[in-house]
Design a protein around this ligand. Sequence first.
Ligand SMILES: Nc1ncnc2c1ncn2[C@@H]1O[C@H](COP(=O)(O)OP(=O)(O)O)[C@@H](O)[C@H]1O
Ligand SMILES: [Mg+2]
Length: 268
Amino acid sequence: MESKETLVGQPVATRDLPAAKLSGATVRFGTYTAIEHLDLEIEAGAFYTILGPSGCGKSTLLRLVSDLIPAASGEVCVFGKSTEEARLAREFAFVFQDAALLPWRTALENVELPLEIGRKRNVRIPVGPRNPRELLELVGLKGRENALPHELSGGMRQRVAIARALLCQPKLLLMDEPFGALDEMTRDRLNLQLLEIWRETGTTILFVTHSISEAVFLGQKVIMLSANPGRLREVVDIELPEPREMKLRDTSDFTRHCAYLRELLETC
Ligand SMILES: Nc1ncnc2c1ncn2[C@@H]1O[C@H](COP(=O)(O)OP(=O)(O)O)[C@@H](O)[C@H]1O
Ligand SMILES: [Mg+2]
């Protein structure tokens, strides 16, 4: 199978293994079943968005894949490894809705944080081809390296969090409503930027959103979950031209995809 060459010449997403594979995965919190018997295969290098009613298990799915919570039954593999092995090998990184930056550290120092923690614990952190400064440049924050989080806008703080997540060149990026708290214009800009980063790095992205148009704009595939308990409803292919541009959202094809997902969501 081919491996994808990034612009910096590093093979990132080897294509022979799925980025994630869930087989009959079930998650329980006490007696409550949050996810029930989920079968799902995430193709390496692709951009997936996840939609579903509030409380249907979107965050739980990301937490399951990232080894934050265990499966009660079934199996979850990340690039052919157990979720724990994949976590230890830093195969994936997580970006939350809240940038979760340390307020007393500059943007650059926040991106460097995983390296510092690794040094203190005597753990070798496998870094990617870009250093923290270059990662800040990649997310459009050149010149703001020394700014403290409170000196940055919400969108900029999220970009710092993305730069930090990219430090170890993760093959899988898990994003839980990362732009959900931002205004629409900022979100649009960050959507375009994220697509550029995705193309350039070759990483696989699993991106949770509650916005149908964001899901369609970003995703090559949309994973629709249904609620109570969380189950896979449908994986919808988004057949829209690449690279995605803003004007795409004014096309009838785009509207058609949104309408289909809106109807589907009503039955979830
Ligand atoms: N740590 C937890 N303990 C108990 N119940 C939880 C926990 N985390 C999530 N849940 C429940 O599991 C369901 C799915 O939650 P979540 O994945 O956060 O939903 P979503 O992200 O789709 O809105 C919800 O009913 C939620 O209340
Ligand atoms: Mg959630």
